[in-house]
Design a protein around this ligand. Structure first.
Ligand code: PLP
Length: 397
């Protein structure tokens, strides 16, 4: 039967019925180890008891009131995020793209409020991904997402990844900000070296422009710090987060210093759904766990163990795996075989992984995984790589 859904996704032919921790159960009862976490969203795995309790309790009290009224749970979540980061203020949205839209608008408005409305252009990095709205596809700069959707939104200047000279040269009298992911996610788990992030910070200060970090994928503990910028010791002026922050509930946030947010006065931006009581209850519950003692240490430890095991796996399958990169539990395998074939082979071994650009597959497991989960995942990756290696040798003969 044909689907009634717009055919914008190439879906794998599996439907899941329930999940627990790092495991998913498909219709028919087959179990899969989930090292994709719904694209880095299920930070605490599936049906985490604390999240289920928070959601169901709030669901019985109040779901939505609109931002015409005070939302105490949102005040609380905002305060906690501000206390845990560089930021002074938070704006809640429902997705990563919306958080980035808020960040882009805020950066432009900052300069307008300072008497320089001509400073509206934002420098972005090749291979970036910032979402699928008209402005964020222009920011991401990927032709395959831009083509056919009319004139590209103006105001984005893209420079090659790692090209410091091009970046300096791109700064002009109209530049408002630089927008960057500390580790490119969709672009293929490409980390920006910490010294480069510090260099960017200095460059922005030198030119009076804002540094925006897109931590939609890297944030909320994914790399072993609450936010990835902490590894560099260079804070942004504005930052977006989403994915893991709701643990599976749609939630995004734009965080900023008071200075960067100076143009965002009453009425300048808004959303109907963003920050509603249901979302805020879940967001607070996610933070309860992520900020609890030892949680981020656990992520770092699991990340190290996984990376070590993956290095051994690469040694066993040098014709399949070319490189391992990433930080914490945001790891990428750069492959010699097509990443789509590898993803399918892993799925055949009942392990879920996620393809990315640059012929990489991403491992983005729930942050609550155990050493046993890591061992099981590596066994299944070994099976997948073995099958692909055999196929390669077969083709060569
Ligand atoms: C996923 C992602 C986005 C877009 O988030 P949506 O919730 O899909 O709008 C933006 N930036 C980065 C870095 C992402 O990984």
């Amino acid at each position: 039967m044909t689907s009634a859904l717009l055919p914008t996704y190439a879906r794998a032919p599996i439907a899941f019925e329930r999940g627990e921790g790092a495991w998913l159960e498909a219709r028919g009862g087959e179990r899969y180890l989930d090292f994709g976490a719904g694209i880095a969203v299920n930070a605490l795995g599936h049906t985490h008891p604390h999240l289920v309790a928070a959601l169901t309790e709030q669901a019985g009290k109040l779901w939505h009131t609109s931002n015409l009224f005070e939302i105490p749970e949102g005040e609380r979540l905002g305060r906690r995020l501000v206390d845990a980061t560089f930021a002074d203020v938070a704006f809640f949205a429902n997705s990563g793209a919306e958080a980035n839209e808020a960040a882009i608008k805020m950066a432009r408005k900052y300069h307008a409020a300072g008497g320089h409305p001509e400073r509206f252009r934002i420098i972005t990095i090749e291979g970036a991904f910032h979402g699928r709205t008209l402005a964020t596809i222009a920011a991401g700069g990927q032709q395959k997402y831009i083509e056919g959707f009319g004139p590209k939104v103006d105001g984005f200047d893209q420079v090659p990844f790692g090209d410091h000279d091009a970046l300096r040269a791109a700064i002009g009298p109209e530049t408002a900000a630089i927008l960057i992911e500390p580790i490119q996610g969709e672009g293929g788990v490409r980390p920006v070296p910490p010294q480069c992030l510090r260099g960017l910070r200095a460059l922005c200060d030198e030119h009076g422009i804002l540094l925006i970090m897109d931590e939609v994928q890297t944030g909320v503990g994914r790399t072993g710090k609450l936010f990835a910028y902490e590894w560099a010791g260079a804070a942004p002026d504005i930052m977006s987060a989403a994915k893991g922050i709701g643990g599976g509930f749609p939630l995004g946030v734009c965080l900023a210093t008071a200075e960067a947010a100076r143009g965002m006065t009453a009425g300048s931006h808004g959303t109907t759904f963003g920050g509603n009581p249901l979302a805020m209850a879940v967001g607070n519950a996610v933070l309860d766990v992520v900020l609890s003692d030892g949680f981020l240490d656990h992520v770092q430890r699991m990340g190290l163990i996984l990376k070590q095991r993956l290095a051994a796996l690469q040694d066993r399958h040098p014709s399949v795996i070319a490189d391992i990169r990433g930080e914490g539990l945001m790891l990428g395998l750069k492959l010699h075989v097509p990443n789509t074939a590898f993803t399918a082979a892993a799925r055949d071994a009942h392990l879920l992984v996620i393809p990315a650009g640059d012929n990489v597959v991403r491992l983005l497991p729930p942050l609550i995984i155990t050493e046993a989960d890591v061992a099981e995942a590596v066994t299944r990756l070994d099976t997948a790589a073995g099958r692909l290696g055999t196929r390669l040798r077969g083709a060569a003969e």
